[in-house]
Ligand binder design. Structure first.
Ligand SMILES: [Zn+2]
Length: 149
């Protein structure tokens, strides 16, 4: 999928963030709201509490998350590495209300993506942020968390 300058990515990102916050989620993928494109938003600050050590473009994510209102926008994400170490925890999904299941995910994940401005970024995530990245990435490929059960 190519970056299309005619597309209003900031507007889409804001609309997605609004839906996510309203629904009390920490992540939302475009296909969940009927947009067949490869991007998702993640509520950075909400994930950071359980993701110390995460970096964005090599910089500590904590101060970035605190100064970033709302959500981070990840378009065309590619998972470039997954840890062998795993984490196991409860997970839910805005597309499957009121259902929570225990899912095992990689403890750490590194992904590249395009930001809302079209610039390339590298996110190294762990903890809840890594779980959220994997969950949202799966949505882009039609996979849900209950498919792991
Ligand atoms: Zn979901």
């Amino acid at each position: 999928m190519e970056w299309d300058p005619k597309f209003d990515y900031p507007g889409l990102a804001a609309a997605m963030e609004g839906k996510m916050v309203q629904a009390g989620g920490v992540g939302l993928a475009a296909p969940q709201v009927g947009i067949l494109q490869r991007f998702f938003v993640i509520a950075l600050a909400a994930c950071m509490e359980h993701s110390s050590g995460a970096t964005l473009d090599g910089r500590d994510l904590y101060p970035i998350a605190e100064s970033t209102p709302g959500a981070i926008f990840c378009m065309n994400p590619k998972i470039v590495s997954l840890s062998n170490k795993t984490q196991t925890g409860s997970e839910g999904c805005l597309s499957i209300p009121r259902r929570h299941e225990v899912v095992t995910r990689p403890a750490q994940v590194e992904l590249t993506f395009l930001g809302v401005d079209g610039a390339g970024h590298v996110l190294r995530a762990n903890g809840l942020l890594a779980r959220c990245c994997c969950h949202e990435f799966d949505h882009l490929n039609g996979r849900l968390f209950i498919d792991y059960l």
